[in-house]
Each structure stands twice: as structure tokens, then as C-alpha cells.
Design a protein around this ligand. Structure first.
Ligand code: ZN
Length: 316
């Protein structure tokens, strides 16, 4: 079993259930109870699941959407700081097994930058996870430039986690099974990342680092097309879109335990930009782990994706 670091592993802390409830509407009560118990556990249950999957260290993040859906700015800032303090205390109990991503209120660019700095400094976190748009505002918004400036200066990886779109797309009407994790979130989150690319955020802040789950939310598959259409539509960027995706975006295997998209991500981005994740407790860490152990890769590449890349990129 190859030793692993996992990056999209969630927890829930008191006070955030109300934000989280919408994400799990429609989930059967017994399954919901099981998931909630796992999210709230930082002890034996989680460690046992990690051990079975060969996960040496899990980078924990709040289950979304968190304060990304909080309408009040001051409440969002206060709640996010509270979640980070809560996580920091839990990390102290098992520092060898856990690391953390901060939770940020993107309602206020400077407050978010300050909190990111506190997370990376005082709290010892490895970056932040942002659960998609904040009340409809995406991360390319010009008001967020001070945030990206600080994130780039801190070399902080910013993991963009899927969330519901602002307006459900009519093409999925009548097909609830295609909403959310099946298809809707991939399009939403891939589009969010493309706003950063096409909006010139990476051109302005070359040191900015973004992580996407689900092996890149389909972006690695479409690099050629982004470049070809950007030319056709006269997109003004110093470099082709694919070049920013290859230099500023990293991807994880969360919820995508499948050889074909892994091969595509490696071919498109390079194996040093791909990292292991399971998406605990929404996916089985054992399935994620055994995929990582058995998928056809050289032992060097397997070790890099499972462990070494995360250690280098997150400075663990
Ligand atoms: Zn997740």
C-alpha cells in the first residue's frame, strides 16, 4: 500500500449545520445520520478509515457551502474565523495525522486575505478551501484582487470546492439525478476556474495556486479547445488559456477513482500537478485508496501523486 496524503477530507463543526443542510437535501435520513457522525469525528473512526486506505495525513476542510451562503458580511467573517479556530484545536490533538485548509468569508477581500494569513501563520494551515461562489460572486471579481495578491504572496493553495450554481440550469430540468455531483457541480466548478483563467487572474498573479477536485472538473480534457476558441473570440491574455491551467492549477482524484481521467490529467498537466484525495465521508476512502494502490502507474509516479506532490505543494 502506497502512503498517501488526502486533500479533500471534510469535517463539520457546531453552528454550520444550517448551511450544510441544503447540500444534503434528499439524502435518506439514515445515510445522513451516518455522514454527519463521520463529519463530526476527529477520533478513532476517521483514523481507522484513513489507516485502511493508507492515508498517512488528511488535510481537513469544512463541509460546504459554509459561509459562502451567509448573506451577512460580518456574520460570515466571524463564523469563518470560528470554524478555523475550531479546526486548529482539533489539529493540535493529532498533528501527525491531520493538516487543515482554512474557511474564508469572501464577502470582504481584505478580511479574507487577513484570515488566510492567520490560517497559514498562527494556525499552521496549508491553504484554504472556498466552496464556489459567495452569494453569486465568483473569485475573478475585481473586488477580490487584494485577496489574490495576498494568496499569491503567501504561496497559498486555494482549493475551489463544488457548490450549487446560482440558478439551476434548465437543461437539467426533469433530471434530478443529473444535478449536483453527477454533472452540474463539475460544470459549475470547471466554469468557475475558467473565469479565473479567462479573467486574467493568473496573468496578474502568476504565483496564485488553485486546486480543483474530480481530476480537474473536466478541464484537462478540453485544453486544446480552450486555446482554439480563445483565439477565435479574441481573448486578450498574454498566454493561451491552457498555459495558465498548466501553471496555476493542480488537481486531485477526489470522487474520481478511474484510470482514464487520471491518465488524461497526467498527460495534460503533468504528473507533478496531480494529487490524491478521497472526499471523505462522501466517498469511500478504501475505494479511493485501493484505486491509488492498483491503478497502472510506475511506482515513482504513484508515490508522487499519492504523497510527494502534496507534501511539496502544501509544504507538509
Ligand atoms: Zn468534497
Amino acid at each position: 500500500m502506497v502512503s498517501k496524503i488526502a486533500l479533500e477530507e471534510h469535517f463539520l463543526c457546531p453552528g454550520f449545520e444550517k448551511y450544510w443542510a441544503a447540500t444534503v437535501s434528499g439524502v435518506a435520513p439514515d445515510a445522513l445520520q451516518r455522514i454527519t457522525a463521520r463529519l463530526s469525528d476527529f477520533g478513532d473512526g476517521r483514523i481507522e478509515a484513513m489507516d485502511k486506505a493508507g492515508i498517512a495525513k488528511a488535510v481537513l476542510s469544512l463541509a460546504g457551502p459554509g459561509v459562502q451562503v451567509e448573506p451577512d458580511r460580518a456574520t460570515a467573517v466571524r463564523m469563518a474565523a470560528g470554524a478555523n479556530d475550531y479546526l486548529a484545536k482539533e489539529l493540535q490533538k493529532s498533528p501527525d495525522r491531520y493538516a487543515g485548509f482554512g474557511h474564508l468569508a469572501m464577502h470582504d477581500a481584505t478580511a479574507a486575505a487577513d484570515e488566510l494569513e492567520r490560517c497559514m501563520g498562527d494556525l499552521g494551515f496549508s491553504g484554504a478551501m472556498i466552496n464556489g461562489h459567495t452569494n453569486g460572486q465568483y473569485l475573478d471579481h475585481p473586488a477580490l484582487a487584494p485577496f489574490w495578491e495576498r494568496a499569491a504572496a503567501l504561496h497559498a493553495p486555494i482549493y475551489i470546492h463544488p457548490t450549487d450554481p446560482v440558478t439551476p440550469s434548465p437543461v437539467l430540468d426533469g433530471y434530478p439525478a443529473l444535478r449536483r455531483a453527477t454533472w452540474e457541480w463539475g460544470f459549475e466548478t470547471g466554469s468557475h476556474a475558467l473565469r479565473l483563467v479567462f479573467g486574467g487572474v493568473f496573468a496578474r498573479f502568476p504565483e496564485a495556486k488553485v486546486i480543483l477536485g474530480h481530476l480537474g472538473e473536466t478541464l484537462p480534457y478540453l485544453l486544446w479547445r480552450f486555446d482554439s476558441r480563445a483565439k477565435l473570440y479574441g481573448v486578450e491574455l498574454p498566454r493561451p488559456p491552457s498555459s495558465y491551467i498548466k501553471s496555476n492549477i493542480y488537481v486531485t482524484t477526489s470522487g474520481m477513482f478511474s484510470a482514464e481521467p487520471l491518465a488524461c490529467a497526467i498527460a495534460a498537466l503533468g504528473h507533478d500537478r496531480v494529487m490524491f484525495s478521497s472526499d471523505y465521508p462522501f466517498e469511500s476512502p478504501e475505494e479511493a485508496g485501493s484505486f491509488m494502490d492498483l491503478v497502472m502507474l510506475s511506482q515513482d509516479v504513484r508515490a508522487d501523486i499519492a504523497f510527494n506532490n502534496a507534501r511539496r505543494i502544501l509544504k507538509l
